[in-house]
Design a protein around this ligand. Structure first.
Ligand code: FES
Length: 110
């Protein structure tokens, strides 16, 4: 099974299993990573904002216009920002690493 890594705002790293077909948001929730995802993936918020490691950013499918529009509203937007609910895990993304944007809370919610 592919794995992916979340980096918290304090620099802590959490490597987790990343089942193919699940979004980064869903994987975060399964592992108690504090990524909000208020609209549960319907592109109506920007609280699932993650910052993708530069090396991985280019490997991802390009963002849709709707995703870009939502990202514009995200706090702490960077050049490699994406919405976690729109990043669907594939075998090719094994090793994907994303950071929680500055301004979000701690990596672990519990
Ligand atoms: S959860 Fe709302 S846009 Fe991703």
């Amino acid at each position: 099974m592919p794995r992916m890594t979340f980096i918290g705002t304090d620099g802590s790293r959490l490597e987790v299993e990343a089942p193919v077909g699940l979004s980064v948001l869903e994987i975060a929730h399964r592992n108690n990573v504090d990524l909000e995802g208020a609209c549960e993936g319907s592109l109506a918020c920007s609280t699932c904002h993650v910052v993708v490691e530069a090396d991985w950013y280019d490997a991802l499918p390009v963002a849709s216009e709707d995703e870009e529009d939502m990202l514009d509203l995200a706090f702490g937007l960077t050049k490699t920002s994406r919405l976690g609910c729109q990043l669907i895990m594939t075998e090719e993304l094994d090793g994907l690493t994303v950071s929680l944007p500055a301004g979000s809370r701690n990596l672990m919610s519990g």
